[in-house]
Write a protein that binds this ligand. Structure first.
Ligand code: ADP
Ligand code: MG
Length: 294
């Protein structure tokens, strides 16, 4: 029982997993007799999200501010990528560009090989603040994107219930946001982000406002959801420990204007356990990542 609480649960088996990209001709069939993200072999050869030479300059009353400079990166199908860097270096800007929420000043982003110029349903977002509608129940917060899409209410409710179960909120469907803890609110935000069954989840410091123990627990939950749904994840965090614990690979950004300063593969085995936080390997990698942040 204790093991279960301290480790990512590892009982997910999938025979055939389809990662749905956009449009359908970019659909990838990924076969894993025993699903295990660490078994992914071709994620580098088969990037789902590509950014080429991204530059972002904000124009304000004080003049122009260069937030990003020549950022290039590739994210493999099913990869868990974390981005760390000093405050104000452009991490959130980069994530918004990767999600098509803002157009870069120069450079291009490709999703499944297609130029990305606007938000797509294939990309789900979770931000530091859950931004739930206080007058809607948990269930109705999660169904909202489907209601907007015009899906039948019955089907929207069925899908939302399934996702709320996945994120561990079964029994809280009729609660209102003010009745939830911070961790529960973020679970709702994750369920809402998953409602369109996106291929990619972009997370911007989603657990930054949570206390340390809740955050640990949410990290394990996120890994469980990632394994169950076989998503590609790009997550910005200011916690080096969180990045090392979660990621397949960590990108370190320089101070503003943000550039990719260093890249660290994370060789820790999966499933990940909280005990790993205290291993020499974990400590050594955390130190190297920390030393790369200026
Ligand atoms: P981070 O997420 O790494 O803290 P941000 O991407 O939020 O960094 O911001 C990078 C820089 O761009 C900061 O100096 C910030 O003030 C500036 N910035 C962010 N968003 C805007 C905006 N919409 N307009 C003008 N400046 C912005
Ligand atoms: Mg930010």
């Amino acid at each position: 029982m204790k093991e279960q609480l301290l480790c990512e649960t590892s009982n997910v088996k999938r025979e055939n997993v389809t990662v749905q990209l956009y449009p359908s001709r970019f659909t990838h069939r990924v076969s894993h007799p025993t699903f295990h993200p660490a078994n992914r072999s071709n994620s580098k050869a088969n990037p789902v999200l590509v950014a080429n030479e991204i530059t972002m300059t904000y124009l304000g009353q004080q003049g122009s501010l260069e937030a990003l400079e020549g950022v290039s990166l590739q994210v493999g199908v099913g990869e868990f990528l974390c981005i760390v860097g000093p405050s104000g270096c452009g991490k959130s800007t980069l994530l918004r560009v990767l999600g098509g929420l803002v157009r870069p000043t120069s450079g291009k982003v490709y999703l499944g090989g297609e130029l990305l110029t606007a938000p797509r349903r294939q990309i789900g977002f979770v931000f530091q603040k859950a931004n739930l509608m206080p007058w809607r129940t948990v269930l109705r917060n999660v169904t909202l994107p489907l209601e907007i899409k015009g899906l039948k209410a019955e089907e929207a409710v069925r899908q939302a219930r399934e996702l709320l179960k996945l994120v561990g909120l079964e029994g809280f469907e009729d609660a209102y946001p003010n009745e939830l803890s911070g961790g529960m609110e973020q679970r709702v935000a994750i369920a809402r982000a998953l409602i369109h069954d996106p291929a990619i989840l972009l997370l911007d410091e989603p657990f930054g406002a949570l206390d340390a123990l809740t955050r640990e627990h949410m990290n394990l939950e996120l890994l469980r959801i990632w394994r169950a749904k076989w998503k590609t994840v790009v997550m910005v965090t200011h916690s080096i420990q969180e990045a090392v614990f979660l990621a397949d690979r960590i990108l370190v950004m320089s101070s503003r204007p943000g550039r990719i300063e260093a890249s660290f593969p994370v060789p820790l085995p999966r499933p990940r356990c909280l005990e790993m936080l205290y291993s020499d390997e974990f400590g050594a990698l955390s130190k190297r990542v920390r030393q790369a942040i200026h």
